[in-house]
Design a protein. Structure first.
Length: 280
C-alpha cells in the first residue's frame, strides 16, 4: 500500500569526486505511519552522511564498522558480495581490497556500474550464475563472502523470519562451497525464532562466530551481523564443500535419476542445501 501512495525516486548526480544520492518524494499523500517513517529516513544522520560521502545507502557504514572491528577485508583480497544491490557494500569492499584485489557482486536485481567491481546479475543458486561468479574468481581463492541479503518484509515475524532464515542458509552454503580454510563470512541475520538453532548448527563448520550490532543499524531493528570464520572439521565440511560443488555441475537429467524426495528438494532449496541434507 505504501508504494501505491508514495513514489520515491532515487537520482544519482555526478559531482567532482563523488556520487550524491538524492531521494525525492513526489506524492505526499502518506499514512501517518508512512509519513513518520519517511521523515525519520530523511532526518537520519547516516542517510545524510551517505549522501555527503557518495555512498548509495546508509548500509555502507555497517560494513565499515564491522571491518574496523574485525579487519577481515584487506588489500589484495577476493571478496564476493551476495545480494549486492544497490551497491553500498560493494563500494566499501571495493575500496578495502584495492586495485590488486577482486570484488565480485551478484544480485537478482540490477545494479549500476561501480569502478573495479564485477557485477553478475542473476540467482547465485543457479548453476550458470554460480559458474560465472567462479569464472571471475579464476585461479584466486575467495577470502570473504558478504551477505546483506534480506527479504521483502511483510511486518509479520511468522512470515519474515523464515524467509530471512532461508537467505541465511543460502549464504552459509555458498560460503561453504567457496571459502578455503580460514575464510570468512559476514552475514546479516534477524534475531528471532530459529536464530539460535542456526548458530548452533554453524558451530560444526565455523571455528568462531561473532555478533555485531553496528551503530548504523537502527536500535529497533532485529538485524544483527554474524562474522563467521571457517575451519575444516573432520569430514563434515569436506562433504559439504564437495557436495555443493558437485551439485553445481550436475545436469538436470542427472538429477532426475535421483529419488523423488531429492528431486523435490532441488525445486524448493538451493543446490547447496539439498545435497547437504542428502549427505547428512
Amino acid at each position: 500500500m505504501f508504494y501505491k501512495r508514495c513514489i520515491c525516486k532515487q537520482v544519482y548526480y555526478q559531482t567532482i569526486g563523488a556520487v550524491i544520492l538524492v531521494t525525492r518524494i513526489e506524492n505526499k499523500k502518506l499514512s501517518k505511519s508512512s509519513s513518520a517513517w519517511m521523515q525519520e529516513h530523511i532526518d537520519d544522520p547516516y542517510v545524510k552522511k551517505a549522501q555527503k560521502d557518495g555512498y548509495r545507502a546508509r548500509a555502507a557504514y555497517k560494513l565499515l564498522e564491522i571491518n574496523e572491528k574485525t579487519n577481515l577485508i584487506k588489500k589484495g583480497m577476493t571478496v564476493v558480495d551476495l545480494g549486492s544491490a544497490p551497491g553500498s557494500w560493494s563500494q566499501v569492499a571495493g575500496k578495502l581490497v584495492g586495485e590488486k584485489g577482486v570484488l565480485i557482486a551478484s544480485d537478482i536485481l540490477p545494479m549500476d556500474t561501480l569502478p573495479d567491481v564485477t557485477f553478475i546479475q542473476g540467482d547465485f543458486r543457479e548453476a550458470d550464475v554460480f559458474e560465472r561468479i567462479m569464472a571471475e574468481v579464476g585461479n584466486r581463492q575467495v577470502d570473504v563472502v558478504l551477505s546483506d541479503m534480506a527479504p521483502n518484509t511483510a511486518g509479520n515475524s511468522a512470515i519474515d523470519q523464515p524467509r530471512m532464515m532461508y537467505l541465511c542458509e543460502l549464504a552459509v552454503d555458498f560460503a561453504l562451497a567457496t571459502l578455503p580454510e580460514g575464510g570468512a563470512l559476514i552475514m546479516k541475520v534477524f534475531q528471532g525464532e530459529g536464530t539460535q538453532e542456526l548458530r548452533e548448527q554453524m558451530q560444526a563448520d565455523f571455528s568462531k562466530i561473532r555478533s555485531i550490532k553496528p551503530g548504523a543499524s537502527r536500535p529497533r531493528s532485529k538485524e544483527m551481523f554474524w562474522i563467521l570464520n571457517l575451519f575444516i572439521n573432520g569430514t563434515s565440511n569436506f562433504c559439504l564443500k564437495t557436495s555443493a560443488l558437485f551439485s553445481i555441475g550436475v545436469s538436470k537429467i542427472s538429477l532426475d535419476i535421483l529419488t523423488d524426495s531429492i528431486k523435490c528438494s532441488c525445486i524448493i532449496f538451493s543446490p547447496f542445501i539439498n545435497f547437504r541434507l542428502f549427505l547428512n
